[in-house]
Design a binder for this molecule. Structure first.
Ligand code: 5AD
Ligand code: SF4
Length: 450
């Protein structure tokens, strides 16, 4: 009797670097793989398809890719049928894909962010190709692709792709192309579906959400989009990132203030506190304009939180310029700041500027600024002690099974203990402990909502 052959189960493993947009792109890659009957695995060695979804924003991210590929070479030798995929922003930079294919010839596929729609074709061709298949075309369809979202209560939803602000330090416009807004109808349809599937929170993604719609024929901007989404079905919370302060209108702040589901968290990258540096960065605002925006936001939404990104050691940044960044930090008192050492990116204007700051000096500045901000973050969090906060519970803590984690509307992470699985629920907690990056809460009785 002929025994039926059992189909081998095929697995995939995706390593994602970079920003939330890249996390979303990995969800699309996973969507394709699931459609092709692959299953996700946590164990790299068990993968039949191994993807590294790369970032190009700083050199450090690229160095990590090189060292990872060095290790993967060994894995590929042991398991030659494993398909190795190098994806994302890093390989979209001029000349990088070829160089990577030469240096790591065991790579089966190299693809950029615009090639997402073509991933299944590339994957099908790969086993029959003796060379690395490269697809770094500057365009590609992004609508209607499958998405395998990570487990949880919140989902990422891009509202635009690409960027054309051309901040002089930034590689993104070169790798992700000019800004293209998604049609409002597509966004609303996707979010309505997500709410029906049980997602409680969505985060609208774009390199510059505030310029949403400028490239569309339809007369719609970010404020109107938010207004419509606030009315959408069973969602509990709407978040958005990232904002470009230059394009943040008072009307947008008013809509956020009036919105019921739109969370009171503003991630407003300052980048630098000195007008000279802001101009060299091509940010399109001055320190005074930025402070005015913060003032408007706090006037209309006093309970909000504001976080930021800062780059230290941009070309030409003197000690005085650096001190101006510190002064703005102290003036605004951000809830948190993500700080970065300036990393020259080939092809950008800033990489060509003279007066580059030494690495030693950049390191000194980042240590100094982090110390200042950590104190501010802690002091701001301590102000919440004894107060009640509404948390959307995201799930169990990775390190402690009895501890659950969630976020306040202002995007602060809160840990608390409970015996009941409250994932996906909105609960009220009293804040009992504060650290610079996290809070601890105590569950209050009889106030759990669905
Ligand atoms: N060097 C250092 N930091 C950078 N960022 C973007 N480009 C660079 C660069 N070349 C930072 C900015 C941005 C964040 C996502 O990364 O602060 O807001
Ligand atoms: Fe995201 Fe920019 Fe990195 Fe690409 S280069 S992954 S857009 S941060």
């Amino acid at each position: 009797m002929i025994q039926p052959t059992r189909k081998k189960e095929l697995n995939y493993y995706i390593l994602t670097m970079g920003c939330q947009m890249n996390v979303y792109d990995s969800e699309v890659l996973a969507g394709h793989l699931e459609n092709m009957e692959y299953s996700s695995t946590e164990e790299q060695e068990k993968a039949d398809v191994f993807v590294i979804n790369t970032c190009a924003v700083r050199k450090k991210a690229e160095e990590k890719v090189h060292s990872r590929l060095g290790k993967l070479k060994i894995l590929k030798k042991e398991k030659p049928e494993m398909l190795m995929v190098l994806w994302g922003c890093m390989v979209q930079q001029g000349g990088t894909a070829r160089k990577m294919a030469e240096r790591f010839p065991f790579l089966d596929i190299i693809g950029g962010p615009h090639s997402l729609g073509r991933f299944p074709e590339l994957l099908e061709k790969a086993p029959f190709s003796s060379r690395t298949i490269i697809d770094i075309e500057p365009e590609g369809e992004r609508e209607g692709l499958p998405v395998k979202r990570g487990e949880g209560v919140s989902a990422w939803v891009p509202i635009s792709h690409g960027c054309d602000n051309y901040c002089t330090y930034c590689i993104v416009p070169y790798v992700r192309g000019p800004e293209k807004s998604r049609l409002p109808g597509e966004i609303i349809k996707e979010i309505t579906e997500l709410a029906r599937e049980g997602y409680r929170e969505i985060t609208l993604l774009g390199q510059n959400v505030n310029s949403y719609g400028k490239d569309l024929e339809e007369d719609i901007g970010f404020a109107q989009l938010l207004e419509v989404l606030d009315e959408t079905g069973r969602l509990q919370r709407i978040r958005f990132m990232t904002s470009q302060p230059r394009d943040f209108s008072t009307n947008m702040v008013e809509v956020i203030a009036a919105g019921e589901k739109i969370c009171e968290h503003f991630h407003l990258p300052l980048q630098a506190g000195s007008n000279k540096i802001l101009q060299k960065m091509n940010r399109g605002y001055t320190k005074e304009k930025y402070l005015q925006l913060v003032h408007t936001i706090r006037k209309l939404i006093p309970e909000c939180s504001i976080t930021t990104d800062i780059i230290v050691g941009f070309p030409g940044e003197t000690e005085d310029d650096f001190q101006e960044s510190i002064e703005v930090l102290q003036q605004v008192r951000f809830d948190a700041a993500f700080t970065f050492v300036y990393s020259p990116r080939s092809g950008t204007k800033a990489a060509e500027m003279e007066d580059q700051v030494s690495l030693e000096e950049k390191k000194r500045r980042i240590v100094t600024i982090n110390k200042v901000q950590n104190n501010i973050s802690l002091e701001e969090n301590l102000k919440l002690l004894g107060y009640q906060q509404e948390i959307l519970v995201e799930g169990k803590s990775k390190t402690d099974q009895n501890i659950y984690t969630g976020r306040t509307r202002t995007n602060k992470i809160v840990h608390f203990s409970t015996e009941e699985d409250l994932t996906g629920r909105l609960v009220n907690l009293e804040i009992v402990e504060a650290k610079p990056w996290t809070l601890t809460g105590k569950l209050l009785d009889n106030n759990i909502s669905f």
